[in-house]
Write a protein that binds this ligand. Structure first.
Ligand code: NCD
Length: 320
């Protein structure tokens, strides 16, 4: 088989739209499989020795943060990780993101910068001034491209296909960024994929995105999800994102919407035996704990995919 080209080398990765072919996905997934075997067998694999990865988070995170830090360290890189950029960096004194990125370039000589930030355009802004490639670890309400890759890797591990998938996305589709990136990635993968978006009207997927997606695959919008359970391959739950309501002074609306959809064991019993339930996490009540023991509950396994995919991506960006 001809060797697949590494299109990620020395490039920023700030948007899921940068994935434009299945061969890029195959490339990363093969590498992620390798990382899985390295981690599971306790092997030492340190292609990033001597490199430095700087990880800057301006928003809370448990999974994305720890998996990026671990991915870089397991590959042998030095890591400078700052979780509280919003509280403890010079951002508090009014420094712009541009200046902070230039600073990190200078003070750490980073070979790559991973950024999570509340502004939709933050990764693009960082990329425009950074000497080192920028990786988007979540930008505002807009994008979470590495989450989409790990979600797809999880789906592929189960179904062994990237087309003909019936994916039901439930919850906060207005503010949530993971669903947007994953929907775009599924649209790239196959025209026979189908996405059903389930949300209250107030939290519907932005119209521009619906328009964009509809050109490429089947999109259905609904306000209830019982009718979609039987035929779903993937049920992708999300939380209603309180922090954005807070920012917009709409906490009352949040209280009304927060638990519109709650997945119970009884509902799961109507789903196909072969289906899976995913969630980017954190959950705040939308999946009952009683669902966790069901073999279809994939949301904890899903997180481990994040470690392998982020290892694969870091190696691809930092070595030819
Ligand atoms: C998500 C995020 O930050 O967008 N979490 C994650 O990275 N796994 C989802 C969320 O916060 O609801």
């Amino acid at each position: 088989m001809p060797k697949i080209k590494n299109t990620f080398f020395n490039q920023s990765f700030i948007s899921i739209n940068q994935i434009s072919s299945l061969s890029q996905i195959t490339y990363l997934f093969k590498k992620a499989d390798h990382m899985k075997s390295v981690v599971e067998n306790g092997k030492i694999y340190e292609p990033l020795r001597g490199k430095l990865v700087s990880i800057l988070f301006y928003q809370p995170s448990t999974r994305t943060f720890t998996s990026f830090v671990t991915a870089a360290k397991r590959l042998g890189a030095y890591v400078v990780d700052i979780h509280g950029m919003g509280q403890y960096s010079s951002a508090v004194k009014g420094e712009t993101l541009e200046d902070s990125i230039k600073t990190i370039n200078q003070t750490t000589a980073a070979n790559a910068i991973v950024l999570r930030h509340p502004d939709d355009s933050s990764s693009a802004v960082a990329k425009s001034v950074s000497r080192a490639p920028v990786i988007n670890g979540g930008s505002g309400k807009a994008e979470h491209p590495t989450q989409a890759l790990l979600d797809l890797y999880t789906i592929y591990s189960k179904f062994k296909r990237l087309d003909n998938l019936n994916v039901v996305m439930v919850g906060d589709l207005k503010y949530g960024r993971t669903v947007k990136s994953l929907a775009l990635l599924l649209a790239m993968c196959g025209k026979n994929n189908k996405i059903t978006f389930v949300s209250p009207k107030e939290l519907a997927t932005p119209k521009t995105l619906i328009k964009e997606l509809s050109k490429r695959l089947t999109i259905v919008e609904k306000t209830e999800f019982n009718s979609s359970l039987k035929t779903a391959d993937v049920l992708y739950m999300t939380r209603v994102q309180k922090e954005w309501f807070e920012k917009e002074g709409k906490l009352e609306e949040y209280e009304q919407l927060k638990l519109k959809y709650i997945l119970t064991r009884h509902m799961v019993s109507q789903m196909s035996k072969k289906s899976i339930i995913m969630h980017p996490l954190p959950r705040v009540g939308e999946i009952m704990q009683e669902v966790d023991d069901d073999p279809r509950a994939y949301y904890f396994k899903q997180m481990r995919s994040g470690l392998y995919i982020r290892m694969a991506l870091l190696e691809s960006i930092l070595t030819p």
